[in-house]
Design a protein around this ligand. Structure first.
Ligand code: 5GP
Length: 197
C-alpha cells in the first residue's frame, strides 16, 4: 500500500535497526482516515473468503480490526491480554510473548464469540517475531473455526515472523513490508515482490 509506505517514510521513526516507532499515526495518535483505508485494503484482499469474524489482539490491533470488520460488514473480536487467567472454561486461551515489552501474557477470547462455523481473518499492527499472530492462530485452532488469512499492517520482513507463519500454510497479506531499516533510512520490499499466497 503505497500511501502507507510513504507515510512510514515520512513519519515513522526507526529507533534502531529493529524497532519502528509509528505512534504519531498508527498506534497512539491514530490517523482515522488512513486506518479506514487500511481496513478497506484488507477487506479487498480477502473479499472472496466469506469472512464472518475479524480477530485481533488488544490494544494496537483494535482500530485496524474495526476498520476491516466495518469494510467487510462483520463483527470484530479482540483477544484480551492478562497476566494470569484463573477461570478458563469459558475461554480459549494461549500465552504470547511480547516483543516490545519483554513479557509473556495470557491471551483469551470468550467461547461465545468464536465457533467452528466461523471463517476468521486475523489482523494486527505489526508482524515481527510472529508470536502475537501465532497466538491468535492458536485461539482460532481451539475454536475449530476456519482461518482464511492474516493481515499485517506493517511487516518487518527481516524478522522471523513471516517464515514462522508461512510454515503453517496460512495466507499472509502485509500492507507495508520493511526489508531493512536504520535511523537514517527505511527500505521496503517492492510491492511487485509482495506475492500473497
Ligand atoms: P510479534 O513480535 O509478536 O510479531 O509482534 C507483537 C507486537 O509487538 C505487535 O503487534 C506490535 O504491537 C509490537 N511490535 C513489534 N515490533 C514493533 C515495532 O517495531 N514497533 C512497534 N511500535 N511495535 C512493534
Amino acid at each position: 500500500m503505497k500511501k502507507l509506505q510513504d507515510r512510514i517514510r515520512q513519519d515513522g521513526v526507526a529507533l534502531n535497526d529493529r524497532v519502528l516507532k509509528v505512534d504519531s499515526f498508527l498506534n497512539h495518535q491514530v490517523d482515522s482516515a488512513l486506518t479506514m483505508e487500511i481496513g478497506q485494503a484488507f477487506a479487498a484482499e480477502f473479499k472472496d473468503e466469506r469472512v464472518t469474524k475479524v480477530l485481533t489482539i488488544e490494544a494496537s490491533g483494535i482500530h485496524f480490526a474495526l476498520a476491516t470488520g466495518a469494510a467487510l460488514g462483520v463483527p470484530f473480536i479482540y483477544a484480551k491480554k492478562k497476566k494470569a487467567v484463573t477461570l478458563t472454561e469459558d475461554l480459549y486461551t494461549t500465552s504470547v510473548h511480547s516483543f516490545t515489552r519483554g513479557e509473556t501474557f495470557t491471551v483469551s477470547v470468550s467461547k461465545r464469540y468464536l465457533s467452528a462455523e466461523d471463517r476468521v481473518l486475523i489482523v494486527d499492527d505489526f508482524l515481527a517475531t510472529g508470536d502475537a499472530l501465532l497466538g491468535l492462530q492458536e485461539i482460532v485452532r481451539q475454536s475449530g473455526a476456519h482461518l482464511v488469512g492474516i493481515g499485517a499492517v506493517v511487516e518487518k520482513s527481516f524478522q522471523e515472523g513471516r517464515g514462522k507463519l508461512e510454515a503453517t500454510g496460512v495466507r499472509i497479506h502485509s500492507l507495508a513490508r520493511i526489508q531493512s531499516m536504520s535511523p537514517e533510512h527505511i527500505e521496503f520490499l517492492e510491492e511487485e515482490a509482495v506475492v500473497s499466497k
